[in-house]
Design a protein around this ligand. Structure first.
Ligand code: ADP
Length: 262
């Protein structure tokens, strides 16, 4: 179990500056729903890079395009136009089966509702991505991941026998086990009390600082955003602001400004 909470200097996380180190790059990404007069443009010509090895928050008012951004960036949905590159892979070049395989092996997901399988033990939930990819679970690396997230001793339990915070730790371990290029987290602390939320954010911070993962997190919570290296703010389907080394107060004031301009 880790204790330290270190932060990188903002200069160590040149998101969007050095494209060679981008974990994710969206180029001219537009996503529209529906057609004709009733069409909704959820993402409007978004061009942004997210540096490898950083912790990035995506924020914005309701309806600003956060979920659509996450879904397009993670290969869960395809843009209407433009391209998404994850690591060296242009996702538009992949057919449906290849894209599913890519997500399974190269992308990690953490959701607000944990999304664990209730009939499986903690250990079976964590190793599920390896089994789905027909890879055998290397016991040392599984043990390394479970101890990093503080679950040693709970491997035989079922999700219903765990607290919400412990269940989210299992979900994070499951995301870490394949050592993905990027972990996408969608409101990962939305169902947790504030103290447990802090523990989960510290764990995601640990995944970035010590396990060298890249984490992209959608959140509406300024307190959560201040654990990250940089915040991207969306409004009306565009990235309108970027903030390095965010504090909750500065994040709140941008959010107030964006809500006011809707
Ligand atoms: P956020 O996550 O910031 O609340 P979304 O990405 O969910 O925003 O939505 C952005 C815009 O796209 C909103 O206007 C929303 O109503 C619209 N939208 C999202 N998904 C769909 C869909 N499946 N069909 C039609 N419109 C959608």
């Amino acid at each position: 179990m880790f204790t330290a909470r270190s932060r990188k200097a903002p200069s160590d996380v040149p998101i969007g500056i050095d494209s060679a180190r981008d974990a994710v790059r969206l180029t001219q990404v537009t996503k529209s729903y529906g057609r004709g007069a009733s069409a909704v443009v959820a993402l409007d010509q978004v061009g942004i890079g997210i540096a490898a090895g950083g912790f990035t928050a995506v924020m914005g008012p309701s309806g600003s395009g956060k979920s659509t951004f996450l879904h397009c960036a993670a290969g869960l949905d395809r843009p209407t136009s433009g391209s998404v590159r994850l690591g060296a892979q242009d996702l538009g070049e992949l057919g449906e089966r290849q894209l599913t395989e890519f997500r399974r092996t190269r992308v990690g997901f953490v959701f607000q509702a944990f999304n664990l399988l209730p009939s499986l033990t903690v250990e079976q939930n964590i190793t599920l991505p390896l089994r789905l990819a027909a890879k055998s679970a290397d016991h040392d690396s599984v043990r390394g991941v479970t101890s990093a997230v503080g679950l040693t001793g709970l491997l035989g339990r079922r999700p219903t026998e765990l607290s919400g915070g412990q269940q989210q730790r299992v979900a994070i371990a499951r995301a870490l086990v394949t050592r993905p290029e990027v972990i996408f987290a969608d409101e990962p602390t939305g169902a947790l009390d504030p103290d447990t939320a802090e523990d989960i954010l510290a764990l995601l911070r640990h995944a970035v600082d010590d396990l060298h993962q890249t984490v992209v997190m959608v959140t509406h919570d300024p307190a959560a955003a201040q654990h990250t290296d940089r915040v991207l703010f969306l409004a009306g389907g565009r990235v309108t602001h970027r903030m390095d080394a965010p504090t909750a107060d500065r994040v709140k004031s941008v959010m107030t400004e964006l809500r006011g301009t809707r």
